[in-house]
Design a protein around this ligand. Sequence first.
Ligand code: COI
Length: 355
Amino acid sequence: MSIQIKTVKTTRPLPKPDQSDLGFGRYHTDHMFIMDYTSGIGWHDARIVPYAELELDPSSMVLHYGQAVFEGLKAYKSRDGRVLLFRADKNAERLNISNDSVCIPPIDTEITVEAIRKLVDFDREWIPAAEGTSLYIRPFVIATDPYLGVKASATYKFIIIMSPVGSYYAEGLNPVKIYVETKYARSVKGGLGYAKVPGNYAASLKAQVEAKKKGYSQVLWLDGIGHKYIEEVGTSNVFFIVGDEVLTPSADGTILAGITRATSIELLKSWGMKVIERKILFSEIADAMNAGNLKEAFATGTAAVISPIGELCFDGRVMTVNDSKIGPVAQKLYDTITGIQSGKIADIFNWTTEV
Ligand code: COI
């Protein structure tokens, strides 16, 4: 399916930021994509316009009841000047899983991918080329009915904005310290843990703030019922290498089925490693640690790609993983994924598409 996307070019292009100090999400490109939804009409009026503030009725439902979803993906500039998108089709599919979770009408996945491609192309000079940088793409949908009763909105806006980024964590690829959270819960089965909805991220803030005060970068979430099973690290999926097995929690309702998670699993399997997706007790990992069998722990996500875990604090006890150094598997995953994303390594999986 193809759509007409009207374009309006900015008359006031912004200066590009210094590529050596981008951080994450601090800057935005010159343009954004917007498409409206009206019940009875469907999605309409796709357009690329200068990046600007939104005009929203203060009664807009998203502001009161959080009916919204989002995605995150990246575009890269390769050394030979090509612009590459990584697995955008997967983000478009997951957007609809999230849409369904909060009663937002689906968006044709081909339209989502086309909108992303066109916006990336429009602002292609914003894609940074320095090592470790990329253009982070943030599609999101918000409910716009001006109404204070609780119901599914009849109008929405699908918006895509973009931000040139460096590394997500200040630590870069250095191992991060993680606090094992036993008080707060992120989600429970039957809830929205599997969807990329803002509420999940709002629900993670208090634990994150408290962990930061204790000197930790992020929390390791345990299940919301008994606080026994491992779920996610901060906003990322998590992997443990125990002996010669790679363990990761199964994505069965309470965690996000990450695209970097799926990519990592496919790569690890292609290297002949044994990857097991199952429920994992935190006590198993602690036991493996005590027995000297925990080789590596790392998180996977679009923003940070691979984030090694150097320390876990559980119940006041500090456990150091792999001497707080990045392990060989985490390093190989990072090098391979970012190598494919940036066109340095041959893409035998067909994960990238050129814009
Ligand atoms: C990711 O790992 O890509 C995330 O979900 C983090 C993002 C919300 C900034």
